[in-house]
Unconditional design. Structure first.
Length: 627
């Protein structure tokens, strides 16, 4: 749901600059063409090839009428004979036509005199002219570059915030779904911007800052734009990293310029995305000293927020997924007065988000977005937008006129698990092992009372997995009991148990299952107080490092060797007990496991309805034999 930044547009050239460039380019092209395509070049080649003879021979030929034309060019004489042949000779510069006897009016020979000194003047100086124009163009380009660099240097400390005026911000609260509590808090901010006197008249102070906290993709930027759109005020948007440069003092200068421009356009909203890039805690290892550029930028932000006069009507909104690393001074009242946490959407919110993103798509009637919302537990608004986009891509590839339910289901599977790898060819033995492995998860999970309902089984490779078994919860759960954890461990170990029951051996396919099962059991003992009595109701392990929302930090050991042995013993015993439990389920239903495997081997995918029909004996496993 993040709003993409506006595309980069190069600076527009002025009309005068465009005309000057066009004139210089046209002049250079014209001169070049004039030089290269001189019409006299062909004649010059013909004259240069003329045979040289004595001048007396040309004089006799003139008297005898042997020439059609005689051309006198400076001291050279060119005579063209009746048959087109040409001869040449030389005369003295003092010889005139009358002295040579070539002025007889009765003679039909055409005698012409050409002065080449003036005719060749332009072509003689043409190389110099071209060189001059090249030098002139280079000087103009150099001075323009210097002017641009000076302009850049003067504007280096200017804010790079993208400004959208009230008419450009089209986003409204109706375009934001799945964050009802956050929208309720932000409605007051809109009212502050629209009707400030209602609050200032009774002595209330308008909040200066609003901090939006949430995992990536939950719609923090979209909410900020919706506030600006609802209030009808300008929207200044900038990323925290854009303040900091390699030059000291640039970030602080940009902060000053940003707040100055915002005050001129008040009421308005300043939105700083990823403020943790510039608002980290000051001091300490890894954060620099008192002269650190990031520190100076943060100090300037704090100063500017303190400098807001009452009635300025400029509200600073910021977004981050790392609130733990922000400086304490940034979070105190008077700066960021309000902190709004945007959680991942629940079932109802996911359905509304899907409806919002389906507005501009052709969706077939009867499509159940609620089913898609149930299959997308834990996804953010950006993930759901991606699902709708992938479903439209699937529909276009399959030449569907509208997006169908199958397109949506395939899009969910692609986004959550990965695209199908049909090029990965398994041997018959590997395919059989994968089928029994996935059915082991399905059968054991189905028989565990606290397990989530089965949704689908597939032995088509996706990502790094050779097969997948989906279990989808019927509703969002916020608390989990001990029985739920144990059933989840049992279901994870069902794949390995099926391999042992059927093939009497195990493969590497259960490596990820063992990791997840071991982590669940370890968390039961160390975090949730669900271990043995001798472990006690103590949370073991200390979190180390910065916390990203949605990412668990590293843990350090703060317990003794004796406690460590007890935790390891609990994990081993729990996994062993649940593994024996899974083996018991599969040995009891071995016949049904084989029937299910026959169908899954042939069709490669199996829905929960097909699974229940075979498992409950309502339908026999019929396998067609292909010759």
């Amino acid at each position: 749901m993040a709003v993409s930044p506006a595309p980069y547009r190069p600076p527009q050239r002025s009309r005068q600059q465009w005309l000057l460039s066009a004139f210089l380019f046209s002049a250079l092209v014209f001169l070049s063409l004039l030089f290269l395509f001189n019409p006299e070049q062909g004649e010059e080649k013909k004259l240069a090839a003329a045979k040289e003879v004595p001048l007396s021979e040309i004089t006799r030929g003139y008297a005898d009428g042997k020439f059609d034309k005689i051309l006198i060019r400076d001291n050279k004489v060119y005579a063209t004979q009746k048959d087109g042949a040409m001869v040449q000779s030389y005369k003295e510069s003092t010889d005139s036509l009358s002295q040579l006897g070539w002025n007889d009016p009765k003679n039909a020979t055409v005698v012409s005199v050409e002065n080449r000194e003036t005719a060749n003047l332009f072509f003689a100086i043409l190389p110099d002219l071209l060189f001059f124009f090249l030098i002139l163009a280079g000087v103009v380009w150099l001075f323009r570059g210097i002017a641009r660099s000076q302009s850049t240097a003067l504007s280096f400390g200017k804010s790079r915030a993208r400004i959208a005026d009230a008419k450009q911000v089209k986003t409204r609260f109706v375009d934001v779904a799945g964050a009802e509590e956050a929208k309720e808090d932000l409605v007051e901010v809109v009212d502050f911007l629209k009707n400030p006197k209602k609050y200032t008249s009774i002595g209330a102070k308008i909040p200066k800052g609003v901090l939006l906290v949430g995992s990536p993709g939950t719609g923090k930027t979209l909410l900020a734009r919706a506030v600006a759109g609802e209030a009808g005020v300008p929207f200044f948007s900038i990323a925290g990293s854009e303040f900091v440069e390699m030059f000291v003092g640039v970030g602080a200068s940009r902060v000053r310029d940003l707040f100055t421009r915002a005050k001129r356009n008040a009421p308005c909203i300043i939105f700083i995305d990823e403020i943790d890039a510039v608002g980290r805690q000051r001091g300490g290892a890894g954060f620099g000293g008192g002269h650190d550029e990031r520190e100076q930028t943060l100090n300037q932000i704090l100063t500017e927020m303190d400098g807001f006069e009452q009635g300025t009507n400029v509200i600073v909104m910021a977004a981050t997924n790392r609130p733990d690393v922000l400086d304490i001074a940034l979070l105190r009242p008077g700066r960021f007065d309000r902190r709004i946490f945007i959680d991942k959407p629940d079932l109802a919110a996911r359905e509304k988000i899907l409806e919002v993103h389906s507005r501009n798509k052709k969706v077939a009637k009867g499509v159940k977005l609620l089913d898609i919302a149930k299959q997308s537990v834990g996804l953010t608004g950006a993930d759901l937008e991606n699902i709708m986009n992938e479903s439209a891509i699937f529909a276009a590839k399959r030449r569907h006129a509208q997006v169908t339910q199958k397109d949506l289901v395939d899009a969910v599977e692609k986004v959550t698990i990965g695209a199908e790898k049909k090029s990965r060819k398994l041997t018959q033995r590997e395919k059989e092992i994968t089928a029994y492995h996935e059915l082991g998860h399905a059968v054991v999970g189905h028989l565990c009372p606290e397990s989530d309902p089965l949704h689908k089984i597939s032995i088509v490779s996706r990502g790094s997995a050779l097969g997948v078994t989906w279990f989808l919860p019927e509703e969002d759960r916020y608390t989990i009991n001990r029985g739920k954890f144990l059933d989840e461990i049992c279901g994870l170990l069902g794949g390995r148990a099926a391999e042992e029951v059927v093939f009497k051996e195990i493969t590497t396919g259960a490596s990820n299952d063992l990791e997840r099962a071991s982590q669940i059991a370890r968390n039961m003992a160390m975090k949730y107080g669900m271990g043995d009595d001798d472990i006690g109701l103590v949370a073991y392990g200390e979190k180390q490092g910065s916390v990203f929302l949605g990412v668990d930090p590293g843990m350090s050991r703060n317990y003794s060797e004796e406690i460590a042995r007890k935790i390891d013993s609990f994990v081993q015993r729990t996994l062993k007990e649940q593994y024996e439990r899974a083996l018991g389920f599969l040995r009891t239903h071995r016949k049904k496991l084989d029937d299910l495997a026959k169908v899954l081997m042939q069709h490669e995918t199996m829905t929960v309805e097909e699974f229940m029909e075979i498992f409950e004996g309502k339908k026999k496993a019929e396998v067609s034999v292909v010759a």
